[in-house]
Design a protein around this ligand. Structure first.
Ligand code: URA
Length: 435
């Protein structure tokens, strides 16, 4: 087989066979196919697309390109959750202890973030001493003992995807539906869970700006998961404005803690309840959404979800005291309000811009080696559809550097659109796949 022939076949609109895809992925992972040929292939796929069969073959080839996590040592159904990402998305931090407190095993691998704020691992490091650099043995034992563990990428999970994603990132070939679906699902399949609940975001702060594309991605990923024998459910949810009110690592952890006490923002709580319900159903703990929601409400009310977060933090070397006293989390030295320049209604928020404000403050990574400031970020006091008086605070901004604060503030004001007419609020949950 020759890569040249495969590129030409795809360029001319042909369909690659499973054997051809396996060849291309294994040779590329072994550095036997150069980046320039793979770039040409990615661009050909970008323009010509892939069939369902090709997408499944690419996913499987990438999933098997490195370690396949074996969760067989954990009793019970293991359920994983994945979000396509967005601004203020701290869902895993509140959701996983809620679900674990209801008896579903959470054995999750997570990454650091490149972008507006950190990823789940960075956020969890707001707890002093917390580490996700644990061994596979520790991970499996902890899930059996307390029902929850989140591990960093210490194993070699889907190295083909790691290499390809980095290449796509610099060759303008990220935003292709089949390539995104196979990239995400290869990592999920290699991580070993029996069932997967996906949160596919749509709106100005998401990969998929258009709702119909988010549904198409959700269908594609669910089809891949189910065809690999993993029960997969996808929820399409709003990312046209930040999720909840907190944006920034420690601030988001604080909001997740409040949510575990039943004091979280309505939209974030609704998302946790929805995703959590599907996780309990997929894990065989609840027969329907109503029963699942009752179980989740109960573990919040009796404090067991919060205690589960504390047990999880302690088991991975962190100080659980901050779970009960969030004032112990990292704190910024400067807090300023951002007053509304005029009265009216918040018509629209450029979601990605709010993420960039957090990045400017130091809350995210510009390159993979940047250091993150866990304490900085924003708390939004007004969201889409809210009435606002002139001078009223739109948000509190947390910083450690006045110059960065001023830059972020200027950008923030451009991202908030205040008009005389009231805005139509969009529902947070747009739908599920399968319906
Ligand atoms: N996230 C991934 O892991 N891969 C993509 O291709 C896009 C988002």
């Amino acid at each position: 087989m020759r890569m040249y022939d495969l590129i030409m076949k795809k360029r001319n609109g042909g369909t690659l066979t499973k054997e051809e895809i396996n060849y291309m992925v294994s040779e590329y992972t072994a550095d036997k196919i150069p980046d320039y040929q793979m770039s040409a292939m990615m661009m050909a796929i970008y323009f010509r697309g892939m069939t369902k069969e090709e997408t499944v073959a690419l996913t499987m080839a990438m999933a098997h390109s490195g370690d396949m996590m074996d969760l067989g040592a954990i009793q019970g159904v293991k359920v994983d959750k994945h979000s396509t990402g967005g601004v203020g998305d701290k869902t895993s931090i509140a959701l996983t202890p809620m679900v674990a407190a209801c008896g579903v095993k959470i054995a999750k691998m997570s990454g650091r973030g490149l972008g507006h704020t950190g990823g789940t691992i960075d956020k969890l490091e707001s707890f002093a001493g917390f580490s996700t650099g644990i061994t596979a043995d520790h991970f499996l034992r902890q899930v059996n003992e307390i029902g929850i563990s989140i591990m960093g990428q210490t194993l070699d999970i889907a190295p083909a995807d790691k290499k390809l994603y980095a290449l796509r990132d610099v060759t303008a070939t990220v935003d292709n539906m089949s390539l995104i679906a196979s990239s995400i699902m290869s990592k999920k399949l290699a991580s070993g869970a029996d069932a997967i609940v996906l949160d596919v975001k749509t709106g100005s702060g998401a990969f998929m700006k258009e709702e119909k594309n988010a549904f198409a991605l959700a269908r594609e990923m669910a089809a891949i998961g189910n065809s690999a024998g993993r029960k997969t459910i996808a929820v399409v949810s709003d990312m046209d404005q930040p999720l909840g009110r907190a944006v920034g690592n420690a601030l988001e952890v604080q909001e997740a803690i409040a949510t575990l006490k039943g004091e979280g923002p309505a939209d974030f709580t609704e998302l946790c309840m929805t995703l959590g319900s599907y996780m309990l159903i997929a894990g065989g703990r609840a027969k329907d959404k109503k029963e699942a929601e009752e179980m989740l409400t109960a573990v919040i009310a009796d404090g067991s979800a919060l205690d589960k977060l504390a047990a999880f933090v302690r088991a991975q070397g962190g100080d659980p005291a901050a779970v009960y006293d969030p004032a112990l989390l990292p704190k910024a030295s400067i807090v300023e309000e951002i007053p509304a320049p005029q009265a009216g209604f918040v018509q629209k928020i450029d979601c990605e811009e709010i993420g960039i404000c957090s990045l400017i403050l130091g809350g995210g990574r510009e390159t993979k080696d940047s250091e993150i400031d866990l304490s900085v970020g924003l708390i939004l006091h007004k969201k889409t559809g809210d009435a606002v008086a002139q001078g009223e605070s739109l948000a509190s901004i947390y910083a450690n550097d006045q110059e960065k604060l001023d830059m972020a503030k200027e950008r923030f004001l451009k991202a908030y659109h205040i008009t005389k007419e009231n805005a139509k609020r969009q529902p947070l949950i747009r739908g599920t796949v399968p319906e």
